[in-house]
Design a protein around this ligand. Structure first.
Ligand code: BEZ
Ligand code: FE
Length: 301
């Protein structure tokens, strides 16, 4: 068989599969699936994928499926360590000047976290050095966003989220609303660096690649306000050694914040503190919700 003939045969497989999606009623699904097939096939041709290698790939995906349940999401981890999560953030990130940058969502958000009052404590028993976090939620036009909802979640000082201890545990998370002037404030604990769950197939992949599982210390935010774009982001702690090797590529310089260290004294909320506590000040800036004006994939080719 000539080389040309072999290439024709490979292309024929791709074209046949692409054509099989031509009748997909949902035009966006059609576009995505046909492009997925083209790129997936191009990848297999590019690396000259062997059948044995693809069997190993499917065994990997099977292991990811088996370890996944309501509390452990190996496919999110896979997307994260492949940088696909951060690429979709980059593709969809608003370009409004001054808006707070977004980063990866991660697998540890829960829908039914408790509400805490403005100035309350989201640690709710999570261990760690107390940390007072405060700032203003405002629009890119400079208007304070009153009553914005802030969901906050974080790992404790040992590097674990509540849901990693047990399904019933709830600590280190909560939601609150910004006050009349758009100001927000809450107590939490100073986040610590931690490894992403690495006892499954994604951990094995990282190890095979000589990559580490660590994430730099961070505090997660999801900020929603009617008429504004929802912001999903973190605040990272300046000086953390893992800022340079985040396993999921989530670090952005604008999200790295200085942490003020205190020993006793009066906190900004007027409370008398004993012992060590810390403080983070950061404004959260949301652009108005805009119609979807992303360039089509055609314009990017
Ligand atoms: C997180 O920050 O919670 C996270 C993000 C990606 C993978 C694992 C954890
Ligand atoms: Fe996290």
């Amino acid at each position: 068989m000539t080389i040309d003939h072999a290439l024709d045969r490979e292309r024929a497989v791709t074209e046949e599969v692409v054509a099989s999606f031509a009748g997909t009623a949902d035009s966006r699904l059609r576009e995505v699936m046909q492009a997925l097939v083209r790129h997936l096939h191009a990848f297999a041709r590019d690396v000259r994928l062997t059948q044995r290698e693809w069997e190993a790939g499917m065994a990997f995906l099977t292991r990811a499926g088996h370890i996944t349940d309501d509390r452990r999401q190996e496919f999110i981890l896979l997307s994260d360590v492949l940088g696909l999560s951060m690429l979709t953030v980059a593709i969809n990130e608003p370009t409004a000047p001054g808006a707070t940058e977004a980063t990866v969502f991660g697998p540890f958000f829960v829908d039914d976290a408790p509400e805490v009052e403005l100035g309350g404590d989201i640690a709710r028993g999570a261990v760690g050095t107390p940390c007072f976090v405060h700032g203003t939620v405002r629009s890119t036009e400079g208007d304070p966003l009153v009553g914005a909802r802030l969901d906050v979640w974080e790992a404790d000082d040992d590097g674990f989220y509540d849901v990693q201890y047990s399904a019933e545990a709830s600590a280190g998370r909560g939601w609150l609303r910004s006050g009349a002037d758009g100001a927000y404030r809450f107590w939490s604990v100073l986040p610590a660096p931690y490894p992403i769950p690495h006892d499954g197939p994604v951990g094995a992949l990282l190890e095979a690649a000589g990559r580490g599982p660590m994430r730099p210390a961070h505090l997660h935010f999801k900020v929603t306000a009617p008429g504004y774009r929802t912001l999903i982001t973190h605040l990272f702690v300046a000086g953390d050694p893992h800022l340079a090797d985040d396993a999921v590529f989530g670090v952005k310089d604008s999200l790295v914040v200085h942490v003020d260290e205190h020993d006793g004294g009066v906190a900004p909320d007027g409370s008398e503190r004993e012992g060590r506590w810390t403080e983070i000040a950061f404004d959260l800036v949301l652009p108005p919700e805009a119609p979807d004006i992303r360039p089509t994939s055609e314009e990017h080719r």
